[in-house]
Ligand binder design. Structure first.
Ligand code: 9D3
Length: 243
């Protein structure tokens, strides 16, 4: 998987890509990510990337020319990308299904905006899609680009060592996670649930499944529509909703 990221804050993006699972995937050659400084594609003495909005209004707009020049550079030196993704609050919200789709795209370019946004002609002529990472206001697209790369990279085979932890086990897929514990068995008067110390693997699986179901119904009941529940669980849920 090849990714190119265009940004005015390349050090911020490089710092986020250097650590953890993504950092290891890069150094081991499982993913090829290049970060490009948008200012390197300006032609004026002061490397200006923004200008005032036509029609007036607050803030500044990112100029189109540096994005076109950066894309030309990528096509020449890195190949013709399969997708050019603009990160914008007006984009399609990123989901796990969206991350699974993108891991099937061999070469992706991510365009990060700052200020009030990017000149519309960049979207029209260069972008193949627009993504948001959720309904809250960020200061720019860089953190969103890192979220996209992180969500997609961990789906590349071999990037996450334990394949089971990539999508959850079949038992809890579609539900929120169950609570996790490690040693010590008692900490500041708080006990680890006894069933987890029992060694009864069937009971442990049932306890975790039930805990995941309870958390999901309390916190994110809308997720239950797409979760695979068995007959007992449907019955438990309908009894619970009557109380
Ligand atoms: C006043 C209208 N604002 C749009 C909601 C202006 C505006 C806010 C934030 C324009 C740009 C930005 C910068 N945000 C991003 O570039 C961004 C983003 C986000 O803010 N939230 C969630 N996902 C994303 S992806 C890119």
């Amino acid at each position: 998987m090849k990714v190119d990221i265009i940004t005015i804050f390349p050090r911020m993006v490089e710092a986020g890509l250097a650590e953890g699972v993504v950092g290891r995937a890069r150094t081991s050659g499982l993913i090829d990510i290049a970060v490009h400084n948008l200012r390197d594609f300006t032609t004026d003495k002061h490397h200006v990337v923004d200008d005032v909005p036509f029609g007036g209004g607050p803030g500044m707009v990112m100029k189109p020319e540096p994005f076109f020049a950066a894309l030309a550079h990528i096509r020449e030196h890195r190949g013709v990308p399969d997708a050019v993704v603009m990160l914008t609050p007006a984009g399609t919200p990123l989901t796990q299904a969206g991350a699974r789709r993108l891991v099937g795209v061999s070469h992706i370019v991510l365009l990060c905006g700052r200020y009030e946004g990017i000149d519309e002609r960049v979207r029209e002529a260069l972008a193949t899609e627009e993504l948001s990472i959720g309904d809250y206001v960020l200061s720019g697209g860089e953190i969103a680009a890192l979220a996209v790369v992180d969500a997609v990279a961990r789906l590349v085979p071999g990037v996450v060592g334990d394949e089971q932890s990539v999508d959850g086990d079949s038992f809890t897929r579609g539900l929120l996670d169950y609570p996790h514990y490690t040693r010590p068995a008692e900490y500041e008067g708080r006990q680890v649930p006894g069933v987890l110390l029992s060694g009864h693997h069937g009971e442990i699986r049932r306890w975790r499944r039930q805990a995941a179901l309870e958390r999901t119904v309390e916190r994110r009941p809308e997720l239950l529509a797409d979760a695979a529940l068995d007959a007992d669980e449907h019955e438990w849920l309908s009894k619970r909703s009557k109380s």
